[in-house]
Design a protein around this ligand. Sequence first.
Ligand code: AMP
Ligand code: ZN
Length: 490
Amino acid sequence: MNLLRLGRIPIVAAGSNIAMIAFFDRPHRASMTIQLHDTLRGKKVPFEPQTPGEVTMYLCGPTVYNYAHIGNARPAVVFDLLARVLRRRYKLTFARNITDVDDRINAASVETGRSIDEITAKYIKAYNDDMGTLGVRPPDVEPRATQHIDVMISMIEALIENGFAYVAEGHVLFDVSSYERYGELSKRNLREMIAGSRVEVAPYKRAAHDFVLWKPSTPELPGWDSPWGRGRPGWHIECSAMAEKHLGATIDIHAGGQDLVFPHHENECAQSSCAHGGAPFARYWLHNGFLSIDETKMSKSLGNVLLVHDLIETIPGEVIRLALLSAHYRQPLDWSAETIESARRMLDRLYGAVRGIEVSDEARAAAVVPEALVAALEDDINTPKALAEFFALARALNKSNDDEEMQRLAAEMYAAGELMGLLGKDPEEWFAGHVVGDMTADEIEALIEQRNAAKAERDFQRADAIRDQLHEAGVTIQDGRDGTTWRRGS
Ligand code: AMP
Ligand code: ZN
């Protein structure tokens, strides 16, 4: 084992195969149950799946008429992390759909003169490639709306038969007044909603808030034959049908961005529950907070929409992922140059800690993710706390001079990285052509301690190498009677 290392600089790192071996994420000692914040109950609650040992999760995926923007990437990254956390304990079936029939897609087709199939195929691939760059693993099922029209039609038929929906002028509408619990998820009172409504009542609707399950299509628009004529589904029924087909009548977790609570999830909930004899649609509803750009709402009209496809040209995917995980998922997150720089510096610190340590296969096999980090993630995906634990590990590693301990800590860091979707590169590759960002005072002091230890052992070569490393990072040190002092700059 070749493990001569000091601080961040490997003196010898022969045959480094760091990050080349997959970690098997072993479950930690079962402690508390996972806690999740449920939008319906309005609080954090212990998570118990309906079938012991198994979990079903559905995330509303992209509408594929354009590249995903950085806001769209937030739910993809956050719930990818939740999926990774759940998989440690449960057999998870995670479905993330593709909405490939939508008026915005039709509009994009008209605008560009390209076929709908060409547009959706292009943006489905781009979405998966871009999310892959952010470390988002493919879901277990990726259902497409256009491949589930038959399921939607059956569900709509069941709703009509049972008095929850009605047909009017080629449309099928959900009769909101037939579902007593309408408004429960989004905490809205239907009567107040109706009173305050400014929605024009379409002539075919019985009430303003009745929503479309099926609508007619003109010959040039995509359409399918149905008992109500040639038409296409409404957006909400798509998710209800795909969830039923792949995950069953009642799913454990339903996730998406906060903007989807109303009307999308409220409507999904109403339809599914009514189509399934009153069975709850989802047992836990999770919603991520919104992402703003430089403290401004992202919007096309303001011209501040940042596409992931463009950002990954210049920013490493891991930096974007860490930036998206740096705030708690229910909190707003502001995206700015500072958000990106701070994530980049954090990764420098994490990679810097493991740099030059060649971790043996045995150490890797024995590595477990520190319990405190897992506990933070299992506590409603508390990523700020989990990252703090990650840095505590990096600090311990920076301070260590013991080969065996360093291997163990480095292996734990890789295991933590595997869980969080970070630290997937070889550190040398990470730092290649990339200037190390500012060293923190803690890191500088840890290196000075290591240098003093080397001097005490009369290992002057090592002591000099540490001084050079600090010098390279723009830190000057001075030995005096009272110990070593340091300052930034020469
Ligand atoms: P859409 O393709 O518009 O249906 O959005 C896909 C997902 O991205 C949904 O879960 C949205 O809630 C989410 N989303 C859209 N904009 C933002 C944003 N600015 N911040 C966070 N999530 C967003
Ligand atoms: Zn949905």
